[in-house]
Design a protein around this ligand. Sequence first.
Ligand code: GCB
Length: 617
Amino acid sequence: MTSARKRILAAFSVVIGAVAQAAAADPLIVNADSRDGQSLDGEWTYSVDPYRDGLAGFHGGPVGQGYARFDPRDVDAYTRENPSALFEYDMRKADKVDLPSSWINHAPEMRHYQGLVWYQKIFTPTIKKGERSFVRLGAANYRSYVYLNGTKLGEHEGGFTPFLFEVTDHLKPGENVLSVGVDSVRDETSVPPPVTDWETYGGITRSVKLIQLPETFVDDVFARLTDADTMAFDVQLDGPKAAGQKIQVSIPALNVSLSGKADAEGHWSTTTNVPAALEKWSPDNPSLYDIKVQSGKDSVEDRVGFRTIAVDGTDILLNGEKIFLRGISMHEEEMGPDPSRIMTEEAVRALFTEIKDGLNGNFVRLAHYPHAELTTRLADEMGLLVWSEIPVYWRIDWTNEETLDAALAMQQENILRDRNRASIVLWSIGNETPLSDARNRFMMTLADAVRALDPTRLVTAALLTETKSEDGVLTAHVDDPLSDSLDVLSVNTYNGWYGSVPLADVSEVRWRSDHDKPMIFSELGAGAQKGFADPDLMRKFSEDYQAEYYRETLEMADHVPFLAGLSPWILKDFRSPRRQHPVYQNGWNRKGLISETGERKEAFDVLSDYYAGRAER
Ligand code: GCB
C-alpha cells in the first residue's frame, strides 16, 4: 500500500458529526477546476515503454540513465557536451500530442497498445511568494508515476478519479518538467479486473492543472440538505493557520450568511433552517445557487443545488415526492466514429440532450466508473438525476486487502469530488459481482464507507438474478444477500437476449422480492446494428429484434409493483474489444439506442414513447 493510500484510508476513522472528513488525507481541493492556477493541458510529448525500463533496470536494479524518461535533462544538449553518453529515448524530441486524451488515437500503432507510456510537459509557472502549489490530474488510466524536475512526487492507482501532489518545494523559476508514466495494464487484483466489456482508454484522460493557493486554504466544502428543513455545511481548512480560523459561508440569492471558527483540526460544521425562498433542485427545475466559502486569504465558489432523496417502502422520494427514474446507462465515450475519451462540454451536452429531450428521460446511470467532473456538473445544470459508480465489476479479487483498499480509495476520491452535486442521488458500489461470502464482506465494507462519507444519498449495486419456473410461471427472484446493505436494489436483466427465455415470453416474467425496498432495472438491452432491417427472420442484431425486445421488456416492467426506475443498456454503441462479430460488431458493443455516430435506432422511439407515457402517470 502506498503511503498516500494509507493516509486516505486513515480518513475513514476521522468522523466528525457523522460525516467522515478528508482531514487526515492529503489535501483534496474541492472544486479544483475553479481554483487559481495554470492549465497544463495542451501539448505534451510521449514515449512508449513496453518493457517498463523507466521503472527498473533490466536486472531489477535502479533505472539506467539511458532509460530514465522522467529525467528532466535535455538529452540532446547533454550528449553534445558528453558525446560518449548513451540515451535510448529523448522526451524533448518525442512525438507531440494534445492532452487530455486517451493514447489510442495518438498514432495508428497506439490503437491497441496496453502498457506503460511516459508523458512530458515543459512549463513555466508564475510562482507567487507565500502560496502553495499543487499538481492535480483529473484522471489517468490505470496506474500513474508522477515526477517533477526528476523528483518523484508519488504514484496513483485507479483510472477515473482525481489525485494531486503538493509541489510548493519542487517548483523553480523558469522551465519546469512534469513527467507522468501511465500504465494501462491491470492485473487480477485491480479495480476493475483485466476483463471488462469496455475499451480501456489508457492515458491521461482528464485535465492536468497547477493549482496555486494561499498557505491556509479552504480544502473541502460539503453543502447539502440533511432533511427537508435543514441545510448543513461542513468546511475543512488545510494549512498552518487552519485551527481556530474564521470561516464564512454565504448564498447571496437565499440571504444565507453564516460564520464560525474552525476547530483544532481545521474543521467547522454548521446548520441553518432551509430558507423559504429555496427552490429545491429537481430534473424539472434544476435550480442552482452560487455559494461562497471564505476563510483567511482564501475563498472558493461553487454552484450548488439542494434537494432531498429518500426511500419509503418501495418508492424513491425526491423532495418528499415519489419519482420514477426514466433513465439510460452511458459509458464515458464521446459520439463519433473514432472516440478517444475526450469529454468536452459539447460532447457531454450532445449525449445528455439525447437523454433529456430525445428519450424524455430524467436519469442517467454513469457506468461503470466515475465519469468526468464536467459530466456531473452538466447533469446538475441540465437536470438529470445521476447514478455514480466505482468499477467493482465482475471478477474482483474479494479476499485481497489491497484490492479492497484500492476500491475504498476510488470510492472516497469519487464521493469527495462530487458530493456537492445535487444531481447525484445513488452511489453504486459495484456491478454484477458473483455471490460469495468474501464478496458480501467486501461489498458491505464499501456500503458502510459510502454512508460514513455521505449519509444524504442512497446506496445501490447492480445485482444478478436468475429467472426460473415457479409453479409454471417464469419468475425472477431478488434474493442477493447484499440487499440488506442497500437502499435501492438494482438488477441487470437480459431475458430475451442472453439466456434461454424466448423473447415472446419475456413480458410474462414475474418479479418477486424478499425486501420492502425499491428496485431499478439497472440494465436491460439487446444489440442492433444501425441499418440492419430483418422484419421476417427477426435475427439478433437487427433493429427489428432490438425494438421488439424493448416492447416485450417494457411490458414486463409494467407488471413489477416495486419497480422505481430503469436505466437500460445503453444510450450509445460503445467500443468493446470482446465484441468481434465481423458483420455486426467489429469491436463495438451494439446495444446502443443510437449508433456510435449518434443515429437513432428503431428501439430509441420505443423507449422514448414509453418514458413520455411514464412521465404522465
Ligand atoms: C452487462 C454488463 C455490461 C455489459 C452488458 C452487455 O451485464 O454490466 O457492462 O456491457 O452486460 O452488453 O453484455
